[in-house]
Ligand binder design. Structure first.
Ligand code: SAJ
Length: 434
């Protein structure tokens, strides 16, 4: 089929990079978003999200007149849905006494509905939003068929998950392997033809529900494996063991690779997607459910560690280093570090936080330092919450000159114990019961 015009619905972390990459490869792209400010910003050539190489890609796409943004869908050959699938805010599901979170599919629903008036025979529709199993063959199919056309025979329909890592999206979009699940073989083939415009990684065709499961399995696998690392950190703490040493020794086994414990699991993927499985089949997912529980409880475990280092937290000054959800990104949403800071404050501590990737961030209930120096100056202790490269490189002797703190708590195994000790600090580490 011909791909003269693509309509990408949802211009966030996935939709916008996808749209600009197609435009760069010569296809006319209409980007659609319900947010008028975003549409205006993009049409002026400015990007509303932080992602390396994206601003350049957008300005190239605009200059070549291959990309424009709008709040309205138009006729096109291809429609790609890349809208968020968060949790429902005020509603949970229950099963046998457990509570689980529910996917909020309103954005996918209204994106699919917005396509209906423009859908024609021979079009291709692709859902990219992470979704519960069978969303494509049930929810999306039912909505699109309101056009009077039949999915799979009148128009092609696919699910194709994104698998890119924030911070490397523009590169991984092209290089990663791409799974394309069609509601029919012909649909999968049409999807494969489309993405082969720019994808250099392998393109693998399957059915739509398999592709949905693949995406959820990838992130659930990671969540469960981080949960076991976090549980090991608690066991090591109890038994006087250094979990980091134990993990590196266990990982010498040729078939064992243990992930890293830390203050918890953040972001909008790993901590969200496993719930889609639990919601879809709570009776089949005790391991996935409990892994979520373990990871969600990890910030409280960190607070216990800080208490064992500092005693009563009342009026203790703590410099919290890092608020991002993971190293070397500026994304502070769904961050376990934030939660740790709130818990410490609730326990009476005075926390001053410093996030070098978002120095001007304003977060409800969190006191932000004006600089790194400001954060540590009057601190009783320094708490490291995110393994940003610039924190790993800190020189303890230099730090000792700039702070009153005598205690450090490292939750991410970034700092060499001996170096900090010889600079005069007492060192506590997550998962180290020695
Ligand atoms: N984390 C640990 N220990 C580890 C690894 C990570 O505690 O050993 C924590 C991180 O600090 C962070 C959270 O887990 O808080 C998630 O970070 P991440 O790097 O595992 O994942 P994301 O959410 O940035 O991106 C993931 C990726 N999926 C996988 O690696 C399987 C990415 O490829 C997906 O595209 C993305 O989710 C997504 O959009 O689904």
């Amino acid at each position: 089929m011909k791909f003269n015009k693509i309509c990408v619905i949802g211009l966030g972390y996935i939709g916008l990079p996808t749209a600009t990459t197609f435009a760069k490869h010569g296809v006319e792209v209409l980007g659609v978003d319900i947010n008028e400010n975003i549409v205006q910003t993009l049409n002026e050539g400015n990007v509303h999200i932080h992602e390396p190489d994206l601003p350049e890609a957008l300005s190239e796409a605009i200059k070549s007149k291959k990309f424009r943004a709008s709040t309205k869908v138009e006729e096109a050959d291809v429609f790609i849905i890349a809208v968020p699938t968060p949790f429902k805010e005020n509603e949970v599901g229950t099963y046998n006494g457990i509570e689980y979170k529910l996917a909020d599919m309103r954005a996918v629903t209204s994106a699919a509905e917005s396509i209906v008036p423009f859908l024609k025979k021979g079009n291709l529709v692709i859902l990219e939003s992470t979704s519960p199993p069978q969303t494509t063959v049930k929810l999306v199919t039912d909505i699109l068929q309101k056009s009077g056309l039949t999915a799979g025979s009148d128009f092609y329909l696919c699910y194709s998950p994104e698998r890119v890592l924030p911070g490397q999206i523009m590169k991984e979009l092209i290089e990663n392997a791409r799974v394309i699940g069609g509601v029919t073989k012909e649909s999968a083939q049409a999807g494969a033809d489309l993405y082969s415009i720019f994808v250099k990684g392998k393109i693998l065709q399957t059915d739509a529900t398999t592709a949905e499961m693949v995406k959820l399995m990838e992130n659930t696998y990671r969540d469960v494996n981080i949960a076991i690392a976090n549980e090991f950190s608690r066991l090591a703490d109890k038994f006087g063991v250094d979990v980091w040493e134990a993990i590196s020794l266990a990982s010498l086994h040729p078939r064992v690779k243990i992930l890293s414990p830390g203050p918890g699991v953040g972001g909008h993927c790993i901590s969200v997607d496993p719930w889609f499985f639990v919601e879809a089949a709570p009776e089949l997912t005790p391991l996935i459910y409990h892994s979520r529980q373990v990871n969600d409880a990890q910030p409280s475990f960190v607070v216990e560690k800080v208490k064992s280092a500092l005693g009563d937290l009342k009026n203790k000054n703590i410099a919290a280093l890092g608020l991002a959800y993971k190293p070397d990104v500026d994304d502070l949403r769904e961050s376990p570090a934030n939660e740790v800071v709130h818990f410490l404050q609730n326990a009476g501590a005075n926390v001053l936080a410093w996030e070098p990737f978002k120095p001007d961030a304003k977060l409800a209930g969190i006191n932000m330092a004006s600089s790194f120096e400001d954060a540590i100056k009057d601190a009783d202790s320094i708490l490291l919450l995110v393994k940003h490269t610039e924190f790993v490189k800190l020189n303890p002797k230099e730090i000792a000159k700039k702070t009153k703190a005598k205690v450090i708590v490292d939750t991410v195994n970034a700092w060499k114990v001996e170096e900090w000790q010889s600079a005069g600090f007492e060192v506590f580490r997550l998962g180290v019961g020695k």
